[in-house]
Design a binder for this molecule. Structure first.
Ligand code: SAM
Length: 225
C-alpha cells in the first residue's frame, strides 16, 4: 500500500493539539495529535450538515450564513451549491494553515469554494463572531471538532455550553437555524439546545452519504421567535 506523505502541521490556538495534513495518492487526511479528524474520502455528513440546513433557508432573500470550521471545505461547498447568488457566507476558521491548505493542496477537493465571491473567509474563533453579533444570521453551522465531545480544542467546549448556545440563539434572526455536527449522539447537549429555546430536530446521517458508512449526528435547532 502507498505510504502517507506528511504535508504540514499547525498548532491549534487555545489549548488545542497539533493538526497535521497527510496525503496518499488522491486521498487526504487531517489529524489531531496523530488521530484522524477527517478524511477526504468520507464527507457525506459534512455535506449533509449544509444540505439539511440550507433546505430550510435557501428561499429567504439574501440569506446570511456563518460556518465554523473549514476543514477540507466540503460543508462550505455544499452550502454554496444550495444558496442563491444573493447569499453571503462568513467562513470562520481558527487555524491559518488550514486556510492555506485549502488554497493549496486541498483546493480541488471540494471545487475551491474559497474562490466563490459569496464567501468572506475569516481567520478567527467562530465563538468570537457568535458572541458579538445579534440577530444577524439565518443559519449558523458548527463543525469545529468531533462535536460536543471535543477532540481538538478544549476552548471549544464553550460553544456547546449553555452560555455558547444562548449566544448562538441571540446571533440568529427569527426562524434562524443553528446546525451542529457530531461524531456521536449526546442527550445532554440535545436537552441543552431545548432548554435554550430551540426547536430541535435530531438527525442521524451516514458518513459516506448514499454509500453508507458509520452514523453521525446533526442537530438542526430552530430559533422559533
Ligand atoms: C472537522 S473539521 C471541519 C470539516 C468541514 N465541515 C468540512 O466539510 O471539511 C474542523 C475544523 O474546525 C476548525 N476549528 C476548530 N475550532 C474552531 C473554532 N473555534 N473556530 C473556527 N474554526 C475552528 C479546525 O481547525 C478544522 O479546520
Amino acid at each position: 500500500m502507498m505510504p502517507w506523505e506528511f504535508l504540514g502541521s499547525a498548532h491549534v490556538p487555545g489549548n488545542g493539539g497539533k493538526l497535521s495534513l497527510h496525503k496518499r495518492g488522491g486521498e487526504f487526511s487531517i489529524r489531531v495529535d496523530g488521530r484522524e479528524l477527517m478524511n477526504s474520502r468520507v464527507h457525506g455528513s459534512e455535506d449533509a450538515l449544509a444540505e439539511l440546513t440550507c433546505a430550510r433557508i435557501a428561499d429567504r432573500p439574501s440569506p446570511r450564513v456563518l460556518i465554523g470550521g473549514l476543514g477540507m471545505g466540503y460543508t462550505l461547498a455544499a452550502a454554496l451549491r444550495l444558496l442563491g447568488p444573493g447569499a453571503l457566507v462568513v467562513m470562520a476558521e481558527l487555524v491559518p494553515e488550514v486556510v492555506n491548505w485549502n488554497q493549496g493542496p486541498l483546493a480541488d477537493l471540494a471545487g475551491n469554494p474559497l474562490q466563490d465571491n459569496r464567501v468572506n473567509i475569516r481567520i478567527i474563533d467562530v465563538g468570537e463572531i457568535i458572541k458579538t453579533e445579534h440577530q444577524v444570521y439565518d443559519a449558523i453551522l458548527l463543525d469545529v471538532d468531533n462535536g460536543p465531545e471535543g477532540l481538538a480544542r478544549k476552548g471549544n467546549d464553550r460553544l456547546y455550553s449553555r452560555t455558547g448556545l444562548d449566544a448562538a440563539f441571540a446571533a440568529l434572526r427569527t426562524a434562524g437555524v443553528l446546525a451542529v455536527w457530531s461524531a456521536v449522539p449526546n442527550k445532554d447537549f440535545a436537552l441543552r439546545l431545548r432548554q435554550t429555546g430551540f426547536k430541535v430536530d435530531e438527525q442521524r446521517v451516514r458518513a459516506r452519504g448514499s454509500s453508507g458508512g458509520g452514523q453521525h449526528t446533526i442537530w438542526i435547532a430552530e430559533r422559533a421567535s
